[in-house]
Design a protein around this ligand. Structure first.
Ligand code: SF4
Ligand code: MG
Length: 344
């Protein structure tokens, strides 16, 4: 296959007062073209760090190992300038908190025009329409308003003239999506875009994203702590725990046949979700400055045995399209570099 994004064996560390925190510990991730991939996990598991690393938004992070291939090109080997050029043009991000992601000083329209004028012209591969720097202000305005309409904003002209503070949270989130889509990105990263909203608004936003993705054939990497949301929106689901992907499968397969004890714990504790994902599983995430030698989940796992505390369980292919990182499962290595896991 020829995936849009392929993250290979990514390791990310941070210097802290308590020593080096190994926050991302060798993750692999594939996003195919036109596919929506979710990463689900509890707060602090490393999902936001993962997407921010992909976007190059964590200058203080030490990427000690790995590759991030976007359209076959390793983003980690690009200059900052080139990397910056990719971001916002080919890749867009929708943040968790719409208020912090929109500049309060400018109207929605000013911000949209800014994106069209300054980012649009430099983008490679964008539709000729946007790249044409001789577009008139009126034409750009029309396009921006059209995009506001596409995200189901009923009074687009009024919203175009509004300051962010004059809009509701749900409206601001729609505006953010409209801005993210202005340059027709091939790849959209969404970091819990519904979390700050009420449930109905969140459901509407999800539906909207779904429609847009289908219409524009955009690939999406969707980060969430909410299994219900992940199930609704994604084709492929990755369960993340303590900086590792512990299970990956097509979304329905994963819900029908959860394998990793952490995934099972999450599914069993859904009734307690109001306390937060993972809260139904006793214990907490390990200390990243002093992670366990073997399985990072061992302290919380009802099936932990001696081997679990000594040997790292790498992802193994338990079914043709299903992989789990747990000693309970036999299987071929998920990827070649996981070979050692099987011979151990
Ligand atoms: Fe539990 Fe062992 Fe599997 Fe880790 S490897 S999830 S401790 S059974
Ligand atoms: Mg987060």
């Amino acid at each position: 296959s020829n995936p849009l994004l392929e993250v290979k064996d990514l390791h990310v560390e941070f210097d802290t007062y308590d020593g080096t925190a190994q926050v991302i510990n060798g993750i692999d991730l594939i996003v195919e073209r036109g596919e929506t991939v979710a990463i689900v996990g509890e707060s602090g598991c490393g999902k936001s760090v993962t997407v921010k690393t992909i976007l190059g938004l964590l200058p203080e992070a030490d990427i000690s190992q790995g590759e991030i291939l976007y359209k076959g090109e390793n983003l980690l080997e690009l200059s900052d300038a080139k990397r910056h050029a990719r971001r916002g043009k080919e890749m867009s991000m929708i943040m968790q908190n719409p208020m912090s992601a929109i500049n309060p000083v400018f109207t929605v329209g000013e911000q949209m025009l800014d994106v069209l004028k300054w980012q649009g012209q430099h983008r490679v591969g964008i539709t000729d329409w946007v790249r044409d720097k001789f577009r008139s202000e009126a034409e750009l305005r029309e396009r921006a308003i059209d995009m506001l309409e596409q995200v189901d904003i009923s009074a687009p002209e009024r919203v175009f003239e509004s300051y962010p503070v004059e809009l509701s949270g749900g409206m601001r989130q729609r505006v953010l999506i409209a801005i993210a889509l202005l340059l027709e990105p091939d790849f959209l990263i969404a970091d819990e875009p519904g979390t700050a909203l009420d449930v109905t608004t969140e459901a509407n936003i999800l539906e909207l994203l779904d429609d847009i993705v289908e219409e524009h054939d955009t690939s999406v990497l969707y980060i969430t702590h909410d299994l219900g949301v992940a199930r609704e929106i994604s084709d492929q689901l990755n369960v993340m725990y303590a900086g590792e992907i512990v299970e990956t499968a097509p979304t329905e397969t994963l819900f029908e046949d959860p394998q990793h004890p952490y995934t099972r714990g999450l599914l069993e504790s859904i009734p307690q979700l109001s306390r937060g994902i993972g809260a139904g599983i006793p214990g907490k995430l390990p200390d990243y400055t002093d992670p366990p030698t073997g399985c990072r989940f061992a302290d919380r796992c009802p099936h932990a045995e001696t081997e679990c505390r000594e040997v790292v369980p790498h992802l193994r292919r338990t079914e043709p399209e299903h992989a789990a990182a747990c000693h309970l499962f036999e299987g071929d290595p998920h990827l070649d570099r996981h070979q050692d896991a099987v011979t151990e």
